[in-house]
Design a binder for this molecule. Structure first.
Ligand code: NAD
Ligand code: DAU
Length: 369
């Protein structure tokens, strides 16, 4: 008899990290797995990210809200789900500052509803959970707050799994709240879950409201590159496929109930990131490409800072490395080249997602800054 395919319920699989994760999983496991992708298709969800996956027999897409108890329960009744990987969220800090409520609805209440549906589907009569059922909650390093810049002669500080939560933005507060809800399920019901807290991702299919794709897109069309504050805020960048690998390794090899930080020790100031992108565009664009003349550091424009802007993020990935053996495969120099190249080759994708609603959002977000 054929071995049973392991069945995954992936939430938010049409978004940036979720779609890269689905590609990673089919590349790695091919027919050994079945994936049900549940996504509401907000402005950030795009089925074009999964075009080459759509026709697979071992993939199904369901358009649903994670907060829709009936829809989620129906899926869990139809399929014997072995793994849940929960990406679905409102993910953009600037949007959370403008409209915090949807972040509470999706990230907090949505996660609570999803958790409860999965608990009901997986819990046995004696209250225990069957062997092999696992839930992974994808979270962020932003829940830990902010770090100071290291002073001359002092050791830099990092986010560890034991660092107290101290979220500042409505986005990170909603993610912290969802993390605590997962932790409560682990402690109260013995719910079989892990939490991963990852640093900033970059790569293909990232919506151009986020720094890296926004800079690529604006530079190609000769638009201003808005730098918040002094441009010296630090983020710790990780190539999205390394994150996908980390999620899979934590789910298969991690100890249930534990949290793992995922990051690759790649701290950069925002202004350094912008200059690297401009240099990479100059290098990759052929001389006869008319867009090349647009790409210039003159586009860099300092604008009003983000409210409550966290100064520095930096993950200590010691635990995931020691306990699970995860390390990133892609250094920043290679990852950023791959990313810039992908955006150059997929202008139609960018065109598609930047038309309509996003255009309106962009104009509102940067008006008067
Ligand atoms: P994204 O905004 O690109 O994608 C989010 C996806 O969730 C979209 O497909 C959207 O349609 C879907 N979605 C939103 N609300 C939903 C709902 N109520 N029901 C069902 N689907 C819904 O986000 P991303 O950058 O891919 O982030 C994915 C996850 O990873 C999030 O939980 C985020 O907090 C976390 N994370 C992101 C980063 C990063 O750098 N992007 C880093 C660490 C952690
Ligand atoms: O750290 C993980 C987090 O990284 C994830 O949890 C979030 O979902 C993800 O959006 C990301 O949050 P950031 O706020 O760090 O990413 P963003 O790309 O929005 O901004 C990166 C840095 O660049 C930040 O310091 C703000 C700055 N920035 C951003 C934009 C969009 C600018 O200077 N100008 C801009 O136009």
């Amino acid at each position: 008899m054929d071995k049973k395919q392991r069945t995954y319920l992936v939430t938010g699989g049409a978004g940036f990290i979720g779609s890269n994760y689905i590609h990673y999983m089919f590349d790695k496991y091919d027919d050994e797995i079945f994936i049900i992708n549940v996504d509401k298709l907000t402005y950030a969800g795009n089925l074009a990210n999964l075009k080459d996956i759509e026709s697979r027999d071992n993939y199904r897409f369901v358009r649903a809200d994670i907060g829709d108890r009936e829809a989620i329960t129906a899926i869990l009744k139809e399929y014997d789900v072995d793994r849940v990987v929960h990406f679905a969220a409102e993910s953009h800090v600037d949007r959370s500052i403008k409209d915090p409520e949807i972040f509470v609805r999706t990230n907090v209440l949505g996660t609570a509803t999803l958790l409860n549906c999965v608990k009901e589907a997986w819990q046995q009569e004696d209250g225990s959970f069957a062997e092999g059922k696992k839930f992974l909650h994808v979270s962020t390093d932003e829940v830990y707050g902010t770090l100071d810049e290291p002073k001359e002669g002092e050791e830099p500080t990092y986010f560890y799994e034991t660092t107290p939560y101290d979220p500042h933005s409505p986005y990170s507060a909603s993610k912290a709240s969802s993390d605590f809800t997962v932790k409560a399920y682990i402690d109260t019901y013995g719910f079989p879950a892990n939490i991963t807290n990852c640093s900033n991702n970059y790569g293909a299919y990232q919506f151009p409201e986020k720094l890296i794709p926004l800079v690529i897109h604006n530079a190609l069309s000769g638009k201003e590159l808005p730098v918040y504050g002094d441009g010296k805020n630090v983020r710790d960048w990780l190539y999205v496929m390394d994150h996908a690998k980390g999620i899979d390794m934590v789910q298969e090899q991690g100890k249930l109930g534990e949290t793992y930080n995922i990051g690759g020790h790649n701290e950069r100031q925002n202004i350094q990131i912008i200059k690297t992108i401009l240099a990479t565009l100059q290098e990759l664009l052929p001389d006869d490409d008319p867009r090349k003349a647009n790409v210039s550091e003159d586009l860099i424009t300092y604008v009003t800072d983000r409210l409550g802007h966290d100064r520095r993020y930096a993950i200590a990935p010691d635990k995931i490395k020691k306990d699970i053996g995860w390390e990133p495969d892609t250094c920043f120099e290679d990852g950023i080249r791959l990313t810039v190249k992908w955006y150059l080759e997929h202008e139609d994708w960018v065109e598609n997602v930047t038309s309509g609603d996003y255009q309106k959002y962009y104009e509102e977000m940067y008006a008067g800054r």
